[in-house]
Structure formats: C-alpha cells, structure tokens
Write a protein that binds this ligand. Structure first.
Ligand SMILES: [Mg+2]
Length: 233
C-alpha cells in the first residue's frame, strides 16, 4: 500500500489569501497585489527563521507569531508596533477560519482515497492553531485522526529527522512507497529525503532551490493542477 503524506500550510490551500485580507483590514498603506505578495513572502521567510528559534527555545511562541510581521514590515518601511502585530496575528487566525482547499487538491484527495492509499498529514506548528485549520479544511473526510501529525504535539518539528522517524514508526512505513508533498524545500523536501521517503515539491510560489542543497525532490510541480496530474496519468 502506498502512503501519501501532506504538509498543510500553502500546500493544500493558498496561505497568502488570509494574509492579504488581514493586511487590507489593518493597514492603510496602499500596496499593489504584487507588493503585498512580496510582503507575504518576506513574512513567511521570517516565520520559518523565527519558528526554528522558538522550537530551539530561544524565543517564545508569542515572539515568533508577532516577530514575523514586524520584521517583514520593517523590511518594507511600513510602521508597526507590538500592539498592531498582536492584532495582526489575531485577525490572521480569524481569517484562517475561511480557508478552503485548492480545488485540484480536493480532487486529488478523492482519487487517492478511492484508490485505497493510506493518507496522512504532517504539519509544523501549535496543536490548537493547526487543528483549527485541519477542521476548517475538512481533512477528516479523507484522513483518519490517528494519521494527523502536528509538530507541537510530537515535540519535534520538520525538518528534524525525529519527526519523520516518529511517523515511520507510528504508521509502519516503507520508505520507497511513501511520498511526502510540501511547499518548503528546506522543511519538506529535505526532511522527507533524509529518511528515504519520496518527495514532491509543491513549488507553486516558484522559489529557487537553496544553495548547496543536499537533496533533490523526486518531482517538482508548480500548481495544484500539476500536482493532481502527477497522480492521474
Ligand atoms: Mg507549508
């Protein structure tokens, strides 16, 4: 039996949408869609860096959740203080109540489920926050509760090998028949390849491969549509 494991944020749904809506609600700055997208990407970059620091116990979760928007705004010369950053995080979480799966991802999950594959989720973040999104996306329709893994409750986060080994153990996986799908090269592709899983890089933001990358993904796709097409041949 094949096992297909998915990342959640920005792999199954468009994470930029709630960011854009939140920014438009709270800031008067008139940014073009392109500028707003740049700001979103910058905040994601800081989010990854600060998440790792919070995992390492160097900063608090609060500092991670507020620090990413503060650092991004500073890069763009947009004034922001801590109060506004707290508000931003609150509204952002609120907006995530409206996230929906990419249409092609929905079709993909239907197909993989009907074909009898084992499906699972592996996502980085706090248990509460991630669980809310998983509920909103209705993932229980395709994925049993015991196959949903959130780093906050495992105690290790991607790309650490421990988190992948943990799932290997829990699901009794065969690496060559296990595929991981995610949008982050550093967290998802590297994480999966180091334990011998196959990796599909859902690179819909067209990011570059990092310098000195030790691994290459087995497949790279640039949209949910291309991802679906990989499985429907
Ligand atoms: Mg992701």
């Amino acid at each position: 039996m094949d096992t297909i494991i998915f990342d959640v944020d920005d792999t199954l749904y468009d994470q930029a949408q709630s960011f854009h809506l939140t920014f438009k609600k709270l800031f008067n700055e008139q940014l073009t869609d392109e500028e707003l997208d740049q700001l979103y990407r910058t905040s994601r970059k800081y989010s990854e860096i600060l998440f790792d620091k919070s995992e390492a116990g160097e900063i608090s979760q609060f500092e991670w959740q507020t620090g990413r928007i503060i650092a991004a705004c500073e890069d763009f010369g947009i004034p922001i203080d801590i109060e506004k950053a707290v508000k931003f995080h609150e509204v952002y979480v609120f907006e995530q109540q409206n996230i929906t799966l990419f249409d092609d991802v929905k079709q993909l999950l239907d197909k993989l489920y009907q074909d009898g594959n084992q499906l699972a989720i592996l996502t980085n973040g706090e248990e509460d926050h991630q669980s809310k999104k998983i509920r909103q996306l209705d993932l229980a329709k395709w994925i049993p509760k015991e196959n949903i893994f959130i780093s906050g409750s495992i105690g290790h986060a991607k790309p650490k090998r421990e988190v992948f080994d943990f799932i290997d153990d829990k699901l009794g996986l065969n690496g060559t028949k296990t595929v991981y799908v995610g949008d982050s090269f550093e967290k998802d592709v590297v994480g999966a390849k180091q334990v011998g899983w196959q990796a599909i890089w859902m690179n819909h933001r067209r990011r570059n491969v990092p310098n000195n990358a030790d691994f290459v993904p087995d497949e790279e796709v640039h949209s949910a549509k291309e991802l679906l097409e990989l499985f429907v041949k």
